[in-house]
Ligand binder design. Structure first.
Ligand SMILES: Nc1ncnc2c1ncn2[C@@H]1O[C@H](COP(=O)(O)OP(=O)(O)OP(=O)(O)O)[C@@H](O)[C@H]1O
Ligand SMILES: [Mg+2]
Length: 235
């Protein structure tokens, strides 16, 4: 499966989510006991996903997955070349509507757009909903989701943001599995570890990321608010 984590503006958690999903997939045992072959594509010139991998290699000696940097049209062509070699590919694209993002959407199976709960942040989703509509002309099976990140642990703000997202970005199906604003997630980037690998275990953070992982990779059924959700298709 090819998963593109992108959309919206900077700092919404694209790299945090892309790197955590990559690690979780690479650690998941397959039926025969083997591991999934996973590739993480850093398609953002800022290089944060690559920094994550550097930290990870330094700490663990090996990342457990392949990491490459690709930009612009090469995101599409190289992913097409490499996709048979990997079970799964996760692409972390930059925040702006770059060529990399458009190229990734032409080859992706799933587009996952994290967003923050404030109204100004939800409004930034609309152009990406439009981008999905355009990408589907060439890639009609593209499944597109948006998910709240840095959400409130409690309160009605999340629900309001979800309702607004459904209005503003009809092509992005809202996934009712918010990732809450937690220090554990802030710590993952600098350490090169997924939240489940950190020494100090934050059970809620781990459960949130694992639930998103299981849903996006089609391991579990749709969450409560998504009963009519489309299941992500395997490659
Ligand atoms: N759920 C969360 N709780 C707390 N902090 C978070 C959470 N998600 C991300 N962060 C932190 O927010 C900052 C931005 O996250 P991240 O780099 O993943 O965003 P991004 O969308 O990839 O940014 P950019 O657009 O710059 O690539 C980082 O410091 C990260 O550790
Ligand atoms: Mg990033």
């Amino acid at each position: 499966m090819i998963i593109v984590v992108g959309g919206t503006k900077g700092g919404v958690g694209k790299t945090t989510i892309a790197t955590n999903l990559t690690v979780l997939r690479s650690l998941e045992p397959k039926a025969g006991g083997q591991r999934y072959e996973v590739m993480l594509v850093d398609a953002d010139e800022q290089g944060s996903a690559s920094d994550f991998v550097l930290q990870r290699n330094e700490l663990l000696g090996r990342a457990g997955f392949t990491a490459v940097q690709l930009y612009g049209a090469a995101v599409r062509s190289e992913v097409l070349n490499l996709k048979e070699k990997y079970d799964d590919i996760v692409i972390d694209v930059g925040g702006r509507d770059t060529g990399s993002q458009r190229a990734a959407l032409l080859v992706g199976n799933v587009y996952l757009v994290p967003f923050l709960p404030g109204s100004y942040d939800v409004w930034t989703l609309a152009p990406f909903s439009e981008l999905v509509r355009e990408a589907r002309v060439i890639n009609p099976d593209l499944v597109a989701y948006c998910v709240l990140n840095k959400a409130d642990a409690r309160g009605s703000e999340n629900q309001q943001a979800a309702d607004l997202a459904k209005q503003e970005a009809p092509e992005l199906q809202y996934v009712d599995l918010p990732i809450v604003n937690r220090r554990a997630f802030r710590n993952t980037g600098g350490e090169g570890l997924a939240v489940s690998e950190l020494k100090a275990k934050d059970k809620k953070a781990i459960a949130e990321m694992e639930a998103l992982y299981r849903y996006v990779f089609g391991v579990t059924e749709a969450p409560k608010g998504n009963r009519k959700g489309i299941k992500a298709k395997s490659k």
